[in-house]
Design a binder for this molecule. Structure first.
Ligand code: ADP
Ligand code: MG
Length: 305
């Protein structure tokens, strides 16, 4: 379908990022619901064209581990990206568990890792594209148990990512080779593997591994100089889990495994064969609890007034 921005009516805000807002909108002619990301960005015609081409590629070829993409519109320099609505992003989801002093169960983390690797592998093999911005907020979940990646290839077009990290005060998910290298082309798919490793450490420990350092510049220095982050053994995760993370976080990108190799890792093989853990049920139960709590707090507020 062709979507015209004038036919979209906003319903509610889904989230906010450093570069814009994501809103749930209804397409009046069809009644379809979209998540629309509006990016304030005065990008030039040339990168607009390039971005259109890449986004079109995403429209044609997609897999179940990618958030469905319906099209992009350019409005006075603003970019509107229309995609499928999901129930929650992984950053918000893991924080709900931290709030309740719970750790995410290993089968959940393993299935997330498997979906992300499957999705990234598909995009690399079929489209020749890498993601460049793998992090918890770009991994989305729904109550049916789906795990999908979003914001594919968008970040690269906006601004130089290192500048972005420093300016936006983002936490570093980028690998040592990308911080040290000056050229955008100087890094490959293994960069996304590193970012996934950092993401897995973050969701399993409940904090970003580099967040104790004050300035973003200091954080980037840590990525390059310090040994790779690890997950505390006392958290009770399996040996395969720890080894998988260690593989993703091999500092020298030449030695870091690629997707084919990772897909054979016992951690992912186990995830693939695990039919007893119900993702949909787990995600639904965490979200349900969250809603209950929100209502409870709302009531407290009202009674307290
Ligand atoms: P970031 O990824 O840096 O957080 P974004 O602008 O990409 O910033 O997204 C902002 C937030 O909007 C995300 O953290 C997520 O919670 C939410 N979001 C993005 N896309 C969707 C979607 N398709 N469905 C539901 N929520 C979404
Ligand atoms: Mg995002």
């Amino acid at each position: 379908i062709e979507v015209d921005a004038r036919e979209l009516e906003r319903k509610r805000e889904l989230g906010r990022g450093a570069y814009g807002v994501v809103e749930e909108m209804i397409h009046r002619p069809t009644g379809m619901i979209f998540a629309v990301k509006r990016i304030h960005s005065s990008i030039n015609d040339e990168s607009q064209k390039l971005m259109s081409t890449e986004l079109k590629a995403m429209k044609s070829g997609s897999c179940e581990q990618m958030v469905r993409f319906f099209g992009a519109m350019f409005r006075e320099g603003d970019v509107w990206i229309c995609m499928e609505v999901m129930d929650v992003s992984l950053d918000k989801f893991y924080r709900m568990n931290v709030d309740h002093h719970r750790r995410l169960p290993e089968p959940f983390i393993a299935k997330v890792a498997l979906a992300v690797i499957d999705g990234l592998n598909f995009m690399k093999e079929q489209m020749g594209l890498m993601h460049r911005d793998v992090k918890p907020s770009n991994i989305l979940l729904n109550k049916q148990g789906a795990v999908k990646i979003c914001d594919f290839g968008i970040s690269g077009h906006l601004t130089n990512s290192i500048a972005k990290t420093i300016n936006a005060g983002c936490k570093p998910y980028m690998p040592p080779e990308r911080i040290e290298g000056e050229l955008k082309d100087a890094y490959g798919v293994q960069a996304d593997v590193w970012s996934l490793g950092i993401t897995l450490v973050e969701i399993s420990t409940g904090t970003h591994p580099y967040d104790r350092w004050k300035t973003p510049f200091e954080q980037l220095k840590q990525v390059v100089r310090e040994p790779s982050p690890q997950v505390d053994r006392r958290f009770g995760y399996s040996d395969e889990f720890h080894d998988f993370i260690a593989q993703c976080l091999i500092k020298n990108s030449n030695n870091r495994p690629k997707y084919a190799q990772l897909l054979e890792h016992p951690f992912l093989v186990k995830a693939k064969n695990n039919t007893s853990f119900d993702m949909g049920e787990f995600i639904t139960s965490v979200l349900r609890e969250e809603i209950k709590e929100e209502k409870f707090l709302q009531n407290l507020n009202m009674n307290g007034e």
